[in-house]
Structures are given as C-alpha cells and as structure tokens.
Ligand binder design. Structure first.
Ligand code: HSE
Length: 400
C-alpha cells in the first residue's frame, strides 16, 4: 500500500481526493499497488465532507509520518508550498504538484533534491491542466532537438478571446461574463496580463532546452488591449487571435515570449477554442507534434496530478531522470526577434509614408479614419522605432 497526503483541499485538492477515491481500484491496478489517501492538509474545517476524518492542520504530522510515501501539493502560491515540498523531498518522500509558480521558480532545485534522495518531483498538472505535456517531453519526445515549443497555455484568456471572436463583444463585457461563470478569477490579472502563461512557457522552455529559463526574463504582453475591431480585421484576413507562449531556438539562442498573435488557418493552434489548451512542438527528426485538451478544471487537472501519483508509486526508490539544469539560460535579446506585425494607426496615412519607416507593407481596408496594414518580417526593435512616427491604436504579431 502506498500512502498519499494532499496539501490543500481547494478545487484541485478535493478533485484529487475524488479521483483517487472514485477510480481507486483502476488506479491501484495501474500503479501496481493500492493507493490510500492518509491525510488532507488544510487550515479550514470541512464538516460532513468525506475527507473530514483524515483532515490535519499541521504539516509536521505529514512530514514526520514515515508511512507517507507521496505528497501531493495543490495549495498554489510560492510559500509555504515551496518550504513544505522541499522538506518532504529532503525526508525522501516523492512530491507531485500542480503549482506552476513554485515549479517555474524552484523546479531545478527541487529536482536536484529528489535526485539526491532517490525519489521523484513531478509536476504534470503545472502546465496545460490535463494535457500530458510534461511527461511527453521527459519520456516520449526524448530524441529530437526542438527548435520551437508554442502553445495556448491559459484557458481563461482563450475562453475570453474565443467569445470576443464568435460574438463580436468587447473585452470588458466578456471578462465580466467569464467572471460570472467562474471561468475567470475575481482578480483576473495573472491570466489576462499573461503572467500565468509566462510561468508555463518558462517551465516548458526549461525542460525543452534543459537549462533554467527565468520567467522574469520572458517578454510578456497580455490580452487587455485586444478589441472587437481587431477581431473584425482578423476575421477579414482569415486569422484568429490567440495568446501564445512561445519559445524558439535560433542559432543556439532561445527566444521566449508571451503575447497575443494572429494565426492563419494553416496553424494547428488556429481553431483551439474556449477553455481548451494546446501545445505544439517542432523537432528535427519528428517534425511537428501537438497535444490538445482541457487546460484547466477540477477533474482534468486532478487527473494529471493523479497520473503523477501513479508514476511516483511505480517508481518508489528510483529517481527518474529529468534534464533541467539550475544553470541560468540567458535568453536571446527579444529586440532582435523578427515577425510580421498587423498594425492600426490613427488617421488616413499614405502607404509611402508607412513604408518610409516600416519597409514594405500591405494595406488592409476596414475602419474609417484609421489605417491598418501588415508589415514584412521585421525585428521588434525596427517595429518600435518605426511606430514612434505614428499614433498606433494597436499592433498584433502574426505567428510564423
Ligand atoms: N488560470 C489558469 C488557466 C488555470 O486559465 O489556464 C490553469 O493553470
């Protein structure tokens, strides 16, 4: 029998308890051992809840119990989650977590401790909810050099952008609707400003490119400036607008960014709608590969966490190799990164005046008293310099 302790009994924690309880014999068969939830840690009381009898309020009860083999951390936030996880690993327990903030910041450190202690630190649910992207990178996509990993990594913003597109609504109205339906937090900043996607692409880039990518170094732009007019242009051009986290390796340098992009119909991410996430990668042997599924939600996320529990139960006393060196990777200068830009400027501007600054452009007709156009592939620095000469309403990068 393998004993599990769940830290945090919120949406994901109660989902993990529910999944382990409901699918217990199936999970035990897959793990090769019975899985038992011995403790649930939370500061709150849950009278009448099935987990009430195993509820504890002090982490030391779990830490000091040598019968606990696997700790599931689903509290969120960096502290005290990091301290709890570190101490559990130092005591030789394996840890599964969905906590992207903690993994992005301390993933390399925690993996090193697990290696020293012959245990495992696993974090499938930290990126892409129920999508098995982490295990795919670590265990399946192990042959190729990947020159790109890009994805729709945030369900909340994808829900908002999809609704703006399909219903022609303004950002604020859709955000309010998403909050009312529970798809967006009351404080939506981490999602709509791209911070959540930033941590997720930092984790994916660290794993894909094997060295620590600090999320603070990643250029991040959210979706708050995207308007229904932008969608009207995008529809006319056959594009969708998606918040992408992207990391590319070009001539040995890694460039990473989170920003809204216009995607043409050929792009496999073009039609990923609603709260769904998808991640596509391009390898030198495999070519393109894409994973698609629910990026958030109680049971989808819990399913990924419990798949990690099974993995840890199968590998007790055996550390699985994960390449993520704590050595910092210096990212390529984003100013040198090149892309095409869709740009809207105020007023009626002659093409020649635009081309004087931006180089070749293609005009896009649309709204009165403004000029919309698409540039050739130019660098971020060249765009910024050219844009200083105009009253820019908005600009959106076009995905390659
Ligand atoms: N707020 C996140 C999202 C939850 O919308 O994708 C899953 O990480």
């Amino acid at each position: 029998m393998v004993n599990v302790a769940i830290l945090g009994y919120g949406t994901v924690g109660s989902g993990v308890y529910d999944v382990i309880t409901r699918n217990n014999s199936h999970i035990g068969r897959r793990a090769g051992k019975d899985i038992n939830v011995k403790y649930v840690l939370d500061l709150r009381e849950f009278p009448g809840d099935p987990a009430e009898k195993i509820l504890v309020h002090d982490f030391d009860t779990i830490l000091n119990d040598d019968d606990v083999d696997i700790v599931v951390e689903v509290m969120g936030g960096v502290e005290p989650a990091h301290t709890f996880v570190k101490n559990a690993l130092l005591r030789g327990k394996s840890v599964c977590t969905s906590n992207k903030e903690m993994v992005a910041k301390f993933g390399a450190e925690l993996l090193e401790i697990a290696k020293e202690k012959n245990s495992n630190f696993v974090f499938e649910a930290s990126v892409g909810g129920g999508i098995p992207i982490i295990r795919s990178i670590n265990e399946s996509l192990t042959v190729d050099h990947f020159d790109e990993i890009s994805g729709i990594l945030n369900g909340t913003t994808n829900y908002i952008l999809t609704k703006m597109d399909k219903e022609g609504l303004a950002f604020d109205a859709v955000l309010k609707d998403a909050q009312d339906k529970g798809y967006a937090e009351r404080n939506p900043e981490a999602d709509i400003e791209g911070y959540d996607a930033c941590r997720k692409i930092a984790i994916l880039a660290s794993l894909c490119y094997e060295k620590q990518v600090d999320f603070e170094d990643i250029y991040t732009e959210g979706i708050t400036k995207i308007s229904s007019e932008d969608f009207a242009y995008a529809r006319k051009l056959g594009y969708s607008i998606k918040l992408l986290g992207t990391a590319r390796k070009i001539d040995g340098k890694v460039y990473a960014m989170v920003a809204p992009f216009m995607l043409d119909e050929e792009n496999p991410l073009h039609s990923v709608s609603g709260v769904f996430n998808a991640i596509k990668m391009h390898g030198d042997m495999l070519g393109n590969v894409m994973l698609y599924g629910k990026g958030a939600g109680k049971h989808a996320t819990a399913s990924a966490v419990v798949s990690d529990v099974i993995d840890c139960a199968r590998n007790l006393g055996h550390n699985k190799i994960v390449y993520w060196s704590p050595e910092k990777r210096t990212l390529g200068d984003i100013d040198t990164f090149t892309t095409k830009f869709f740009v809207r400027v105020k007023g009626v501007v002659e093409k020649t005046a635009l081309e004087e600054h931006f180089g070749g452009v293609t005009l896009v007709s649309g709204i009165e008293n403004e000029t919309a156009f698409i540039t050739e592939e130019i660098s971020e620095a060249a765009y910024k310099k050219a844009a200083e000469n105009f009253d820019v309403i908005n600009k959106i990068r076009i995905s390659k």
